[in-house]
Design a protein around this ligand. Structure first.
Ligand code: UD1
Ligand code: CA
Length: 462
């Protein structure tokens, strides 16, 4: 296949979304719609990618700081034809390469479908190939009108169609391969005398068909059976429907690669998540963007995991919340634990029920098992943190660090007032409020002494 260029139309406000957010920034599987389309475009290895933005153009561009694409701004959204016309200067010098036109709101498209269409387009030496599919009911889509011999005649938008045309179920997917040298003439000829008073890109089809009838290059439609791939998103219920389709696909792929989902339909997995073999995922688990889960992990029900890395053999019990955490492997977490950004658990470290860990390392084999807050702390290996321990890391202005060296034992209900360091092997008695460093091997007890009065109860009664 020879090279092509790609143009993506993404300037529309997406009126039917009823949103202040540009439509192409709404997410599917945790990724903006436009990111899905860009990924498909890049898979074709095109000579260039041009994206037309308009509504909230800066915001859309800012969402893709690392993409090497040409951005074109369409100040007023006067229609898809006008959008392509605005992009013409950015499409100069294509030297006969075909141009592939995509929509920013058709995210499930697969590169192989586009490759196929490009090959058909070039083999038949066409000036224009429109990709179509059959949808019943075809509500909202432009209809493909063919002549008695099956030749392509025009695309008519639903709002401009008579009842006979409306009954056609072969629809325009909004995706085209075009001869870039013919495009400027067609665009110049497009008028906006239609129901929406817009410059419809679809009108180029009738123009190209007329040229073909007068001896020009042929026009064709490449009809595809997989209509899901071409589904566009215009409103939030279509977005939710697509989320379901995408989720089934992503989860299905991971199951095919050896991951167990006890109840696949109740789980949600981001497009970029990675899950290794023989991991078991129980019902109602959300695996968000930026997650990698190692082999033989077990994720209990009702957990939400985002932007986190789990090594092999990690057990996450029910109702845990992980965001920005790194777990080395063989860790046991929860139930009801919260691991916040920069929580790092070394090999075999345990964090139990009702514990919160933030910006802290918990060393190998250490245990933070009950009702505890660990913030801005460095905990060595083999440390035992008793129930109800709190690192008092915040003085109202600044955050301070707590260091618990290897083998430390912290008794229950201890407050560690940071900055503070407990040396290797030291013991802190239960109920202590530790405000000064504890040397290695020492015992620190910082609580009121117990005062016992014998026979006090009996005397009080008298
Ligand atoms: C369009 C097609 C329709 C097709 C459908 C497939 C036209 C006139 N109609 O209709 O035949 O069946 O897609 O999904 O093309 N856009 C711009 N600038 C504009 C207007 C739109 O960049 O001025 C962009 C939008 O952001 C969107 C794409 O073009 O990504 C399609 O526009 P949209 O308004 O969604 O067109 P449809 O009504 O879906
Ligand atoms: Ca659309």
């Amino acid at each position: 296949m020879s090279q092509c260029a790609v143009l993506i139309l993404a300037a529309g406000l997406g009126t039917r979304m009823r949103s202040r957010l540009p439509k192409v920034l709404h997410t599917l599987a945790g990724r903006p719609l436009l990111a899905h389309v860009l990924a498909t475009a890049k898979a074709l290895n095109p000579s260039r990618i041009v994206v037309v933005v308009g509504y909230e153009a800066d915001r859309v561009r800012a969402a893709f700081p690392d993409e090497s694409v040409g951005w074109v701004v369409q100040e007023a959204q006067l229609g898809t034809g006008h959008a392509v016309r605005t992009a013409l200067p950015a499409l100069e010098g294509l030297n006969g390469q075909p141009l592939l036109i995509l929509s920013g709101d058709v995210p499930l498209l697969e590169p192989r479908l586009l490759q196929q269409a490009l090959e058909d387009h070039q083999q038949a030496n066409r000036s224009l190939t429109v990709l179509t599919t059959t949808i019943e009911p075809p509500t909202g889509y432009g209809r493909l009108v063919r002549d008695g011999a099956g030749g392509v005649v025009a695309i008519i938008e639903e709002r401009d169609a008579d009842p006979t045309t409306r009954a056609i179920t072969e629809i325009n997917t909004g995706i085209y391969c075009v001869a870039s040298d013919r495009l400027p003439d067609w665009l110049a000829a497009i008028r906006n005398d239609n129901a929406q008073q817009e410059y419809y890109l679809t009108d180029m089809v009738a123009l190209a068909a007329t040229e073909a009838a007068r001896g020009g290059r042929p026009v064709g439609a490449s009809h595809h059976l997989d209509r899901t791939a071409f589904m566009g998103i215009n409103d939030r219920s279509q977005l939710a429907g697509m989320e379901r389709i995408f989720r089934d696909r992503v989860v299905g792929d991971w199951m095919a690669r050896g991951v167990t989902f006890v109840d696949p339909q109740s789980c949600w997995v981001a497009a970029d998540a990675v899950i290794a073999q023989d991991t078991i995922i129980e019902p109602n688990v959300i695996i968000g963007p930026g997650v990698a889960i190692g082999a033989d992990c077990h994720i209990g029900p009702f957990c939400e995991i985002r932007d986190s890395r789990l090594g092999p053999g990690v057990r996450i019990r029910a109702f845990c919340h992980l965001d920005g955490a790194d777990l080395a492997g063989a860790n046991d977490v929860g139930p009801y634990a919260r691991l916040r950004p920069k929580a790092v658990l070394d090999q075999g470290a345990k964090v139990g029920n009702f514990c919160e860990v933030k910006k802290s390392r918990v060393g190998a084999g250490s245990k933070v098992n009950h009702l505890t807050y660990i913030g801005d702390a460095e905990i060595g290996s083999g440390v035992n943190v008793g129930a109800g321990t709190i690192t008092c890391n915040y003085d109202g202005k600044h955050k301070h660090r707590t260091v618990l060296e290897d083998g430390v034992f912290i008794g229950s209900n201890t407050s560690l007032v940071a900055p503070v360091r407990v040396g290797a092997g030291a013991v802190v008695g239960a109920g202590s409020t530790v405000t000064k460093d504890v040397p290695p091997g020492a015992l620190a007890v910082a609580r009121g002494r117990q005062n016992t009065v014998e026979n006090w109860a009996a005397r009080k009664k008298k």
